[in-house]
Write a protein that binds this ligand. Sequence first.
Ligand SMILES: NC(=O)c1ccc[n+]([C@@H]2O[C@H](COP(=O)([O-])OP(=O)(O)OC[C@H]3O[C@@H](n4cnc5c(N)ncnc54)[C@H](OP(=O)(O)O)[C@@H]3O)[C@@H](O)[C@H]2O)c1
Length: 243
Amino acid sequence: MQQTVENKKATILVTGSSRGIGFEVCLNLAQQPGTKIIATARNIDSLRKLEQQVEKLNNQSVIFPLQLDMENYGFEKALIETLQINKLMPSTVIHNAGLLINKPFAEMTTEDFDRSFSVNTKAVFILSQTLLPFLQKPAHILTISSMGGYQGSAKFPGLSLYSASKAALAVLTECMAEEFKNEGIKANCLALGAVQTEMLAEAFPGYQAPLSANEMAGFIADFALNGHRFFNGKILPVSVSTP
Ligand SMILES: NC(=O)c1ccc[n+]([C@@H]2O[C@H](COP(=O)([O-])OP(=O)(O)OC[C@H]3O[C@@H](n4cnc5c(N)ncnc54)[C@H](OP(=O)(O)O)[C@@H]3O)[C@@H](O)[C@H]2O)c1
């Protein structure tokens, strides 16, 4: 039986919360008083661990762990159910879940294409559309892209479909901002540089990123809560590399 709460304080949906940046973003957000966080991923055990950590950190905040596989069309039905049962109206959505397939272009398959675009792009379209009637205005939709998907940035071999799907996500965000600009909904995209997570370690073994997941999460959490007062429809590189 899921917990029922009244919707009074900030309600935030974070995808890809089972590890890495998303996990840390949830811990950071949970330190705000009375935050309600809908935390989604496939790995429900990790989401339960997140819930336990938040209970210890700040028992005024609540995690709603929700198992979603964003590669399977129809996954949004479970989200609608969670929102309705718990009377939740998110004011902030952080589309953080991501899939990185590292392979030479010549070896990429159509299945790799579909998986990359399903998680990194199509799921954001489906989730954003699903959430429209539930959003508490003013609302902020924040997408997490990559420097690899930022036009004119350095590109890396093996990341063609990851980078292309993240570039599509960035432009999708610009388009959402345009369509929602008179509806109290802002949309922005952060194109992240390297962050030390399992995803990065799997893609670039031995490489040491300049930022930890916790450091980047602090920036993302703050931007998600406040950035829409200053930005709309923007694709912002968040990277210490030059230019
Ligand atoms: N780390 C970097 O250097 C870096 C740089 C630029 C951009 N980014 C972006 O930042 C975001 C977070 O990256 P990260 O490094 O923290 O990655 P990560 O450690 O691999 O975490 C990815 C998250 O996405 C979730 N996810 C993946 N496939 C999913 C699916 N089919 N359905 C639902 N959830 C799914 C994973 O949860 P489950 O496996 O439990 O489903 C996990 O929680 C990603 O969008 C990534 O592209 C990262």
